[in-house]
Structure formats: structure tokens, C-alpha cells
Design a protein around this ligand. Structure first.
Ligand code: AMP
Length: 269
């Protein structure tokens, strides 16, 4: 296991592949949890070499408060990644990724409209740009992303196809707590009371799935469940299509923490 912190070191670390090797990349922002580790294990089951990137990408945050509050724990993350099968952890700093004079961006369009793209202007421009940079740096055969961030997978998938990027997108299922809450690095910011109330998010999505199965309005059913907690600030409940699947997606604030989640509507039928 190696930890490398610059693009030059990364190239040196990647120098010895045999032609038959498959390289898998798992891009993350660190603070690794079982959701990330499931992606790393999936990558390891399919690829002889797994690179995990850990980079809290400043260009996908519009609020510096959110960026500054993002948890960082590289040493622990590196151990967890290695145990799950990572051979290289790439943890660059922002100056290495965005040196002075940086000015070239990937600007996603239709898939980046609505939902997260609407609530977080510029977010997917930062995501698409950093993903293309990571793909160019690591040259993976496969890149692993979670359904948890469904719109992100749609944006990245679109970019891969639009720009002929030589990588195959692989998707991992959302890993959840026993009460249904999707694992997220942001969950650590919830107080005990907020953490308990957060389970309403998957409950609302499940209610939406049940309504859909009964040929009723999924969005309305989910909103009705969320309305039970008047302290929640609901940003959106919307349907979207990603990779041929119809999804019910939601975003909300509990206190100062923003949570997102989605479920596939097909699973209700
Ligand atoms: P992040 O570090 O939040 O940028 O996430 C890195 C990758 O892990 C993304 O592809 C996410 O979709 C994925 N991911 C985040 N949470 C989960 C989860 N609970 N289950 C599965 N994958 C996840």
C-alpha cells in the first residue's frame, strides 16, 4: 500500500502494470464509511489494481462553510481503503489539482439541470471537471460510483460518453444503516436527536415507492411523510431517470446538515 500526494508520485506509483491488468478507480472525498468500502471491494473483485482517490474537491462546493466543515481523516481512510483492497490512495492537495492559472472546465448541461444541479449551482461543473482530471491521471479501465449520488452518476456517465473517455462506469448499491438511513460522511454532523429524525428520509422514499406501486403519486406520498416533522427543511422531492432507471430523489436539511437520498421506483413493482 502506498499513499501518494502528488501527480508525479502517482505516475511513479502506477508505472508497473502488465498489459492484462485492469485498474479500477474509486473517487471519494474521504471520511470513508461502509458505502465507500463496498465500492472499493466491488472494484477489487473486478480489477487487479484499485486506486482510491481522496480529495475534498473545492470546486464542487459553493459554500466555504460546507467545504471547511467537511471531515478529513487521511490516515484512518488509508488504512480502511487498504483493508478493502486499495493498492494506491491518491490524496492530492488543491494546489496540485488546481494550480495557478487553471481555467478549463467541463460544463455539463441537461443532466446537471434540476435537483442537485438546481440547488447547488456549479456543483456538477466541479464534479465533472475533477472526475475527468482523475480519469486522465489514473487512466482507469473502470470507475466506481454509488447510486447514492444518482444524478452525479448520470452527469459522469454523460461526460464519459460525450467526451469519449476510455473508462467504464460501474455503479454500487447504496449501503444503509439498519433503520434505512443511507451512510454518508455528513451523518457524523448530526446530533443524536437529528440522527434519530433523519430516518424519515428513507421512510419518505419508501412511502413514495409504495404509492408508485399502487399507481399513486410517489412525490406526494413522500412529501406527506416528510411533513410529519415540521422542523425539517425539505429542498426537493423529484423523480429522475438515470441509466434507464426511474428514481425518486430527495434532499433536505436537518439542522445545519444537508442529506440526499434516492430509491429506484422499479423496486416497488
Ligand atoms: P463521496 O465521498 O461522498 O464523494 O462519495 C464517494 C463515492 O461513494 C460516490 O460515488 C458516492 O456515491 C459513494 N457513496 C457515498 N455514500 C454511499 C453509500 N451509502 N453507499 C454506497 N455508495 C456510497
Amino acid at each position: 500500500m502506498k499513499i501518494v500526494s502528488s501527480t508525479i508520485e502517482l505516475n511513479a506509483a502506477l508505472e508497473r502494470p502488465t498489459l492484462a491488468d485492469l485498474t479500477g478507480l474509486v473517487p471519494t472525498m474521504g471520511s470513508l464509511h461502509e458505502g465507500h468500502l463496498s465500492l472499493i471491494r466491488l472494484a477489487r473483485s473486478e480489477c487487479s489494481r484499485v486506486v482510491v482517490s481522496i480529495f475534498v474537491n473545492p470546486t464542487q462546493f459553493s459554500e466555504t462553510r460546507d467545504l471547511d466543515a467537511y471531515p478529513r481523516q487521511l490516515e484512518r481512510d488509508a488504512e480502511l481503503a487498504a483493508d478493502a483492497g486499495a493498492g494506491v490512495v491518491f490524496a492530492p492537495n488543491a494546489e496540485d489539482m488546481y494550480p495557478d492559472g487553471f481555467e478549463t472546465w467541463v460544463e455539463p448541461s441537461e443532466t446537471a439541470k434540476g435537483l442537485e444541479g438546481k440547488m447547488r449551482p456549479g456543483h456538477f461543473r466541479g464534479v465533472a471537471t475533477v472526475c475527468l482530471k482523475l480519469f486522465n491521471l489514473v487512466a482507469p479501465h473502470r470507475a466506481y460510483f454509488g447510486w447514492k449520488d444518482a444524478q452525479q452518476t448520470a452527469v459522469v456517465g454523460r461526460m464519459i460518453s460525450d467526451l469519449n473517455v476510455q473508462v467504464t462506469l460501474r455503479l454500487g448499491e447504496t449501503v444503509r444503516e439498519p433503520d434505512g438511513l443511507a451512510l454518508s460522511s455528513r451523518n457524523a454532523r448530526l446530533s443524536a436527536d437529528e440522527r434519530d429524525r433523519a430516518k424519515v428520509l428513507p421512510q419518505a422514499l419508501r412511502a413514495g415507492l409504495a404509492a408508485h406501486a399502487a399507481h399513486q403519486n410517489a412525490k406526494e406520498a413522500a412529501l406527506a411523510v416528510l411533513a410529519d416533522d415540521p422542523q425539517l427543511e425539505v429542498e426537493y422531492v423529484e423523480e429522475m431517470t438515470a441509466h434507464g432507471h426511474r428514481l425518486l430523489c430527495a434532499a433536505l436539511h436537518i439542522g445545519t446538515t444537508r442529506l440526499i437520498d434516492n430509491m429506484r421506483l422499479e423496486e416497488s413493482t
